[in-house]
Each structure stands twice: as C-alpha cells, then as structure tokens.
Design a binder for this molecule. Sequence first.
Ligand SMILES: *Cc1c(COP(=O)(O)O)cnc(C)c1O
Length: 378
Amino acid sequence: MSEPVEARVDLDAIRANVALLRGRAAGAEVMAMVKAEGYGHGLVEAARAALDGGATWIGVARVSEALRLRAAGVTVPILSAVTTPGEPYEDAVAAGVDITVGSPLLVERLVTAAEATGRAARVHLKADTGLSRGGATPADWPATVEAALAAQAAGHVEVVGLMSHFACADEPSHPSVGRQLAVFRDAVDHAEKAGARPQVRHLSNSAGLLTLPEARYDLVRPGIAVYGLSPIPAEGTFGLRPAMTLVAELAGVKRVPAGSGVSYGHTYVTPRETTLGLVAAGYGDGVPRHGSGLLDVLVDGRRYRIAGRVCMDQFVVDLGEHDPRPGGEVLLFGPGDRGEPTAQDWADTIGTISYEIVTRIGARVPRVYTGASADVDE
Ligand SMILES: *Cc1c(COP(=O)(O)O)cnc(C)c1O
C-alpha cells in the first residue's frame, strides 16, 4: 500500500449490481445515481462501471458533477437532480445536461441560459408529491408546467421528463407511499393533458425499484444499490454485492502493562497486560469518531473492537495475546466474505445508514479500482 488507508472499489461488483437492477426494472431504463463522488466510490469510475452494467442514464446532485462527467467523456443523458438558482446553467445547457425544475423561477433562469447558448435546456419537471423537499407542490404544479410548456413552445426548453421522489420507499407499507403514487399520477396526467410529451416519467430510488413494481414508470434511479448496499437492510441484501472495501495498514504493535490508558481521554484502559495494535486510519479518513469503542475491524483474520477514541489519523485495537506483524492489512469494512464487518454493520452499530459510511470516506484516501472495468482508458 502506498498510502496507509485505501478504499478498494470492485468495479465488477458495480457492474453486476446494475445488471441485477436492470433485470429488476423489468423494461424501465436505469439511471445510476453517482452524486457525492459516486457515494464515495469515485464519480467517473462509478459512472463508467454503471454504464457497462446496463445503465443508460446517469444522475448527479449538482451541475458541477455533471460537467465533470461530460469532461470525462460521458455522453449519455445526465440529470442534475438538486438545483439551486445560482448554479452555472449556461454551462449546463451548453453541455446538454438535464436539469430538474420545480418552479417557474427556474424555468426563467433556464430560458436565459438557453438564449445565451443558443440551445434548448433539457428539463425534468419535478413534482413534490409528499417529501416536502424539492419540486412543485400540487398547488404550484400547474404554473410550473405552464411556464415550462410556454418556454418549450418558444424553443428554449425541452421537457424531457416528469419526476418525483419518495419519502418512505424504504418502508414499503408506509401510508405515504400510496399517497405519493396517487399524487404523482395526477401530476403526470395534468402535465400530459396540458401538452407535455415527456420521454421519461420517473419516481423510484433503490428501495422503490426493489419493492414497488407500480412505481417503475419509464426509468428508475437507484443509488445505494448500485454500490451493493441494501436500501432496506431489514429485508436483506437483495443479492447485491458491496463494492467498497476499506483497508488500513497495521502501523505497529506493542506490549503494554495492565492499567494502560489508551488514546485521548483514556476511555479504554487495558484490563491486563496485553498487545495493542495501532491502525493507521482515523476520522480524517472517514472512520466515524462516534464509533470509538464500538466498531469492529478485522486484523489478521480476527475481529477486534476499536479500543478508546478514534483519532484523526489512527486508532488502537486491543489484540490480547495475538501478535500480528506490523505492515499487514486491517480490513475495516467490506463485502463481509472474509469475516470483516460490512458498511451496513458499521452503520447499524453507530445508528446511521450505510450511505453515510461510504460517502464520508475522506478525500485523502486513494480509491484503488479492481475488476475488468478498471482497465478502461481514461
Ligand atoms: C440520491 C437520489 C436517488 C437514489 O437514492 P437511493 O436511496 O440511494 O437509491 C434517487 N433519486 C434522486 C432524485 C436522488 O437524489
């Protein structure tokens, strides 16, 4: 290892996961969500592997992410799903990036961008069907549709999609799911009656895709499942394969007497004479500090708990009478097939979701790619 911590990303797993999701989508197209650096796995690499696996659209959160993908040579439609008034829409329109639109105000912004670039802005009109986040509420939907269709008639906008997003798809029996489906149906009806002819109508994230066949429409937008993590952990893995393994180097081992306070604050004190292992990964790399004393890692084939506080660059494990050689690899999390915890295990232990575990892997941690897709030229 050239760096003490690395995130190994198995691009074959991403490819296989997308192929599986595409099968489950039963004819709907797949938009692979690669926002936030591909959920920590690498923006461009994740997108390429997902396209290899059969995705035909890419989704991001921000225009800047879409522009990076265009610069890297990704030519399929890319949707920027979270929009703010200040983003560089001229660049987006010039690069043919699809924009999510949930208000007449944003339509105006895009008309200006279209006039400046001489190209029509590709938009997906977003209905707020009950998440109360982005998108037009049912009260604001008619005005948003009307503004977009007027701009389309003037040649400034192309209404490519109609979309919404679930609040509780990871609880398929939650009453909001049926309500959102009904509101979306009405929103689509209204827009189509008003003259919209969208290429794609879309609503489902990973959880919706895997559990709500009636919500697939023309396109599904899986994110977490692309990376092999379950959107509904209580319902199992759905056959997905975690793509990321976080590995750190065992920096050193040493014998210490009973009663040795370990790491900042001495929250762990050795109960007996023992061997401590120093692992070169910390919260600066994405190991959650509130996992201090709680998270397990795999050292030399055996599981140990983090002893005392996680520091910025390192943490300690109490190895007892085990005496592994420094320089070996410690598996922090991975697919679990060698006995290491999974990102889901870490999330469960500290009360968060797997999304946050993988997305927070630090910028200084190199992503090392394995799998056939890793050989594709830049
Ligand atoms: C992130 C995101 C998704 C993917 O959600 P997952 O739960 O990761 O599958 C889908 N749609 C939109 C609009 C998103 O922002």
